[in-house]
Design a protein around this ligand. Structure first.
Ligand code: SAM
Ligand code: SF4
Length: 334
């Protein structure tokens, strides 16, 4: 590593010409839900984990912001189980180079905290709502909190979140008959409902084999109902977005098994214990934590991140059954 590289790092770009303006930062592995495809037995921990402190989080943000990242999503596990979540939200969103701070949540605290989190500077939110039927929601997540979560989505809109997305993992024979209900919601409400194909992870092979459904099963009825594919903007994520003139909301399809999914990859990840993950399904984490202890380490930290980008692969190779070192998405921050 040369002196001029450490003092003036270039923006994040990999060997395939992809840029990375977006960081997903996991703040905890812990989750209180037991989603069947993610943590069916609930959160298990062998020893007390030590998640990044607010100071360490600030240094992660400083380094990535200096390298051109301008959007950060806080995720987990369930990020809002952290008692200092509001403080984290405030510190990330007040960074002068971070234009947008988003978070992904199962929504269990949203009804009562949406305004506080909006005031802390968060502007975009993804809430997971895998079914619009209370009994199914209960069965999928292990929690009888459907009404609360739905009220949380309303509270987020009332609090002034302008970018509200609802994540729905598409599950064959479980919720794949609910498109009309979700469309009805989108007709009345300015939300973006995104159907995500179930992904295979290290621990859910049987579940994946039984319940994976292709996003194409949604695409055909959607197009038949007059929805059209919106043009993709330059720094858009992997969702295929559909709009309809009669609807307040939009529909997105996230199809990780589709051919060109990774070509549009624009994100890097840092786990809750400070490992850089180049891909959701990568083969290794790159420890950054030892370089998060002093502000003076920033040049070294940026150089390490820059060097590691050379190893980012063109694709996740999920279609070949590769799940890397990811037992479930709670472990890396989906
Ligand atoms: N706990 C929060 C939540 O559920 O929204 C944030 C973390 S969760 C890992 C992030 C997103 O990943 C959620 O929308 C969840 O439904 C999705 N997810 C988890 N496991 C998945 C899998 N195997 N395939 C597809 N999506 C998955
Ligand atoms: Fe928890 Fe989210 Fe995983 Fe569900 S998907 S178990 S809410 S981390």
């Amino acid at each position: 590593m040369t002196d001029n590289r450490t003092s003036a790092p270039v923006a994040l770009r990999d060997t395939f010409g992809r840029n990375f303006p977006y960081l997903r930062l996991s703040v905890t592995d812990v989750c209180n839900f037991r989603c069947q495809y993610c943590l069916p037995n609930g959160y298990q921990c062998a020893s007390k984990p030590s998640f990044l402190s607010t100071e360490e989080i600030r240094r992660v943000v400083d380094a990535f912001a200096a390298m051109g990242v301008h959007k950060i999503r806080l995720t987990g596990g369930e990020p809002t189980v952290r008692k200092d979540f509001t403080e984290i939200a405030r510190l990330v969103s007040s960074h002068p180079k971070i234009a947008k701070t988003a978070f992904t949540t199962n929504g269990y605290r949203l009804r009562d905290h949406a305004r506080e989190w909006r005031d802390a500077g968060l502007s975009a939110i993804n809430v997971s709502v895998d079914s619009l039927r209370a009994d199914r929601f209960h069965r999928i997540t292990g929690h009888d909190r459907f009404s609360e979560v739905l009220e949380g989505v309303e509270a987020a809109l009332d609090a002034g979140f302008r970018d509200v997305k609802v994540n729905v993992v598409l599950l064959r024979g479980v919720n794949d008959d609910e498109l009309p209900d979700y469309l009805d919601w989108a007709r009345r409400t300015p939300i973006s409902i995104r159907f995500i194909e179930l992904m295979q992870t290290g621990e859910n092979l049987e579940y994946f084999r039984t319940y994976h459904a292709s996003a194409d099963t949604i695409k055909a009825p959607l197009e038949k109902a007059g929805w059209t594919r919106a043009t993709r903007c330059v720094d858009a994520g992997p969702a295929q977005v559909y709009t309809h003139p009669d609807y307040a909301g939009t529909i997105g399809l996230i199809a990780p098994y589709s051919k060109d999914f990774c070509a549009g990859c624009n994100r890097l990840r840092v786990t809750s214990t400070g490992d850089l993950r180049l891909c959701l399904f990568g083969e290794q984490g790159i420890a950054l934590r030892h370089l998060l202890q002093e502000d003076e380490q920033q040049p070294l930290l940026r150089a390490l991140i820059q060097d590691q980008l050379a190893y980012k692969c063109s694709s996740h190779f999920l279609a070949l059954g590769n799940t890397g070192i990811t037992p479930h998405l709670a472990s890396v921050g989906g």
